[in-house]
Design a binder for this molecule. Structure first.
Ligand code: PLP
Length: 425
């Protein structure tokens, strides 16, 4: 039995499903999760000492590569000065200022400890600031596991959604309208029906939780226009895309300005952090200034803040995003070539340091299309890659992540592995 199997068996006894977050359990691809013993640059090692090129990147944070020496040093230094104070620090202002100076729509920002907290708090703020209850989200977008966001579309076009988890009362999602991503007409119809009751739209401006789905031309601008017309707030959930799709997230790429933005992942450099920010007049509705309550024992944790600050600084260095984008584009082009050579129906897409792999002929733009990929082919490919030393997200519905440490040589090795994996399909 491999050490991964030994550790998984052991974990199953004390941790539900053996994992602390469900998709890690390999349920959709089968097999034994790799238990990671260390990570460095673009590589991770499992409990059997096997090395993998990593395209999971801790689900997004590891954009400068794992255990970057400057990040590790910043964390060590911060830890030596104390792990948590529950009182303000100068470094929190530095991180807030670093975010504000990079993302023009953010005038004020509050730090939390996860992406879930960020979106949950942003929704509460949107409701508090508008005095309205209803929210719009899109099928296939994931915004963390807060009750009102664990919801899928109801049976009719404009019916409110159904919970996707046991333990979420139907009443808790009764205010959440779930629409199709990239279907602006559905959003128009929702506003026509419920306009004065809608507090906000929350959207992944490039969706990374149903594989990678880009907004079609006019979709984000259309959401902006409808929110403005009806006095609702537009929330861009850039937990995944923030500082990863580009230096100003998707808002920088699209030119569409949200009222509020949620961040996490990259801004913590691998440590637990989240943030929500936006227009100062809205942000000032939060306690202690305003009536919308939000708090956190470890919010603005000094070790996390130190990791985030140095990470943002590294990202600001000349050529960082050009290199990242180039490497992602090369990877995607190379994978398409290998698939074509093996005669596999496959295509791929990328933006900044994110990519999507689709076992179908054309790049999907809707949840229905992305649901229609060849899962069996993905499973074979996933395990083929793993056996050949490449670690991908264990699901056909996840985006992949490239770091600055994914050199040409590493991409070449990846493509050699891919040629072997595609040949198994
Ligand atoms: N929003 C988006 C777009 C995400 O991708 C995620 C997590 O993957 C979340 C929110 C939730 O973040 P966290 O897992 O840090 O709670």
């Amino acid at each position: 039995m491999s050490q991964n199997e030994v550790l998984f068996k052991r974990a199953l006894k004390s941790i539900p499903g053996g994992v602390n977050s469900p998709v890690r359990a390999f349920r959709s691809v089968g097999g034994t999760p790799r238990f990671i013993s260390k990570a460095k640059d673009a590589y991770i090692w499992d409990a059997d000492g096997k090395q993998y090129i990593d395209y999971l990147g801790s689900w997004g944070p590891a954009i400068v590569g794992h255990a970057h020496p400057e990040v590790v040093q910043a964390v060590q230094r911060a830890a030596e000065s104390g792990l948590s104070f529950g009182a303000p620090t100068e470094a929190e202002s530095l991180l807030a200022e670093a975010i504000i100076s990079r993302i023009p729509s953010i005038e004020k920002v509050r730090l939390v400890s996860s992406g879930t907290e960020a979106t949950m708090s942003a929704i509460r703020l949107a409701r508090g600031a508008t005095g309205r209850n209803k929210i719009i989200k899109f099928e296939g977008c994931y915004h963390g596991h807060a009750d009102s966001l664990l919801v899928k579309a109801g049976s009719g076009l404009l019916t409110f959604g159904n919970p996707t988890s046991a333990g979420v009362p139907a009443e808790f999602v009764a205010h959440t309208l779930v629409l199709d991503y990239n279907d602006l007409d559905a959003v128009k119809a929702a506003f026509a029906e419920f306009g004065p009751e809608i507090a906000c739209i929350i959207v992944e401006p490039i969706a990374g939780n149903m594989n990678l789905i880009k907004p079609v031309e006019g979709f984000l601008a259309g959401l902006r226009a409808l929110c403005t017309e009806y006095g609702a707030l537009l929330i861009f959930d850039e937990v995944m895309t923030g500082f990863r799709a580009g230096p100003q997230g998707v808002q920088g790429l699209s030119g569409v300005t949200p009222d509020l933005t949620t961040l996490a992942k990259v801004i913590g450099g691998g440590m637990p952090v989240g943030a929500f920010g936006g227009r100062a007049d809205i942000m000032d509705q939060i306690a202690p200034l305003g009536p919308v309550y939000q708090a956190g024992t470890l919010s603005g944790n000094p070790v996390s803040v130190a990791a985030g600050l140095i990470t943002l600084e590294i990202l600001s260095r000349p050529g960082f995003y050009e290199h990242l984008q180039t490497q992602s584009a090369k990877l995607v082009a190379g994978l398409q070539e290998k698939a074509a050579a093996a005669g596999v129906a496959f295509c791929a897409d990328s933006v900044g340091g994110m990519f999507g792999l689709y076992f179908r002929e054309t790049v999907p733009t809707t949840f229905a299309q992305v649901s229609d990929v060849n899962h069996d082919a993905f499973k074979v490919f996933f395990h083929g890659m793993l056996d050949n030393g490449v670690h991908l997200a264990p699901s056909a519905f996840e985006a992949g992540f490239v770091s600055a440490m994914h050199s040409d040589e590493i991409l070449e090795k990846t493509l050699d592995a891919a040629a072997r994996a595609f040949s198994l399909i």
